[in-house]
Design a protein around this ligand. Structure first.
Ligand SMILES: *[C@@H]1O[C@H](CO)[C@@H](O)[C@H](O)[C@H]1NC(C)=O
Ligand SMILES: *[C@@H]1O[C@H](CO)[C@@H](O)[C@H](O)[C@H]1NC(C)=O
Ligand SMILES: [Zn+2]
Length: 416
């Protein structure tokens, strides 16, 4: 135990002194994969050309977003041309956009004009907990591997409401998710229109703005594009972290997950190996009355999707698929009305790619929550993880409209 404490202190100390990883002149290409040859070729070149996927095509005819350091770009481009890939350049210099996400002048209060650190988000949670004690009930599911508390809030105006559960920023680099959901919390506390007031007062909202606190801190302090947790399960010590959205205890490691600790999709050494996930599921099991959660949402970016089960198969649809699609349509249509942003909805396996061991599958199959989605926020890959801070408010506003539409659609079919 003492050793672990020393280790944790050591890690925090280290993170402060470590230099930030830079992405000067790194480019992101959108590459369509039309046949198996092309698919294999990209995989064999992954290490030698230092390819890193922002988003991976899982079916032929789809595209991957692939980032490359400057020294391999010429080789990569000639390879693409030689093998008849259809591709285009999405981002010319990743570092420019990372710099644009880090303000010169930090505003520590939340105004949603900047991306905030975990400390800033938590300081704001303290403020709202103090200011609205009758509405906001703070909770902590436990600590992360490195010892950071994982905090959430329950927003409830009255007893007896049905509940929606939202976890956000399970993937560290998806900063737009916690920015969006904190704005939404603010909307629930000070509703700006009657429709939002209705969903604030008549639904209980359990929200964890940053589930992967270690990864999130690491993405601010060291490596902007970090995705996973910080659990060092690789015996060689070379690769760190679990993909927390592959670590849930339902069909763990069946498909769309990896056993290689160096993979971005590493599912962990065992189901619920990571404290972030075991404590989340224990919290849902033990601290929320069974049957009160009607909708479970896992917020991600990017791609503009509302994804339902199943993730593990495209050949079957879950029993409640028609209801899931009705409510997903309610979300997407309402969101669209705000600024015309198109969100596609369907099951993960048929719409995006196969996945197992994810939160929404667990919520459905283990917890019997009928409606659950992985929602992938903006954009479609133009800037991906490095959206400018000016996008926070528009994204948060359209998502707020989406949630209003989601609740309305759920009521139509008596989910709520
Ligand atoms: C690329 O396309 C050209 C023209 O369609 C064809 O002749 C060539 O064999 C293709 N190359 C590969 C590697 O598929
Ligand atoms: C949570 O509850 C489900 C059944 O509802 C059970 O299968 C699972 O093991 C529980 N997990 C934890 C961490 O308590
Ligand atoms: Zn994600």
């Amino acid at each position: 135990m003492l050793l672990k404490i020393l280790l944790v202190v050591g890690l925090f100390g280290l993170a402060r002194s470590v230099e930030q990883v830079r992405y000067d002149n790194y480019k992101v290409y959108n590459v369509r994969i039309d046949d198996l040859e092309q698919f294999k070729l990209l995989h064999t070149q992954e290490r030698s050309l230092k390819l890193s996927s922002w988003r991976e095509a899982r079916h032929l005819g789809e595209s991957s977003d692939i980032m490359l350091p400057p020294e391999y770009q010429k080789t990569f481009e000639s390879l693409l041309t030689k093998h008849n890939f259809t591709y285009n350049l999405k981002i010319d210099n990743v570092q420019t956009h990372i710099d644009a996400q880090r303000p010169k002048q930090r505003i520590t209060s939340m105004e949603w004009t900047q991306f905030h650190t975990l400390e800033e988000i938590y300081a704001w949670l303290d403020v709202i907990e103090d200011r609205y004690p009758d509405i906001v009930t703070p909770f902590t599911i436990g600590n992360s591997y490195e010892g950071r508390p994982i905090r959430g809030v329950k927003i409830s105006y009255k007893e007896g409401n049905p509940a929606v559960f939202i976890e956000s920023n399970i993937h560290a680099r998806e900063w737009i998710t916690s920015a969006t959901i904190t704005y939404f919390i603010d909307e629930l506390l000070v509703p700006r229109n009657p429709a939002v007031r209705d969903i604030a007062q008549n639904v209980d909202w359990y929200i964890i703005p940053v589930l992967n606190t270690d990864g999130f801190a690491y993405s601010h302090e060291v490596e902007r594009l970090w995705r996973k947790s910080r659990l060092p399960s690789d015996p060689t010590g070379e690769c760190i972290g679990t993909d927390l959205n592959r670590n849930f205890d339902y069909l763990w490691m069946l498909t769309g997950a990896e056993s290689d600790p160096c993979s971005q999709l590493y599912a962990g050494p065992s189901p619920e190996s990571d404290p972030e996930i075991s404590q989340l599921t224990a919290y849902i099991n033990n601290s929320i009355p069974e049957g009160t959660i009607k909708i479970y949402i896992s917020l991600h970016s990017y791609g503009q999707y509302v994804l339902s089960p199943w993730g593990h198969t495209a050949l079957e649809f879950p029993e409640h698929y028609p209801q899931m699609m009705h409510v997903a349509k309610g979300f997407s249509d309402a969101l669209y009305r705000r600024y015309g942003t198109v969100f596609t909805y369907g099951s993960s396996a048929t719409t995006l790619y196969e996945v197992s061991g994810s939160g929404k599958e667990w919520a459905y199959a283990v917890k019997n929550i009928k409606i659950h989605y992985t929602i992938e926020l903006r954009d479609k890959g133009e800037l991906g993880f490095v959206l400018p801070p000016e996008d926070i408010i528009p994204v948060a506003r359209e998502v707020t409209e989406g949630f209003v539409g989601m609740i309305a659609a759920a009521r139509e079919i008596d989910i709520l």
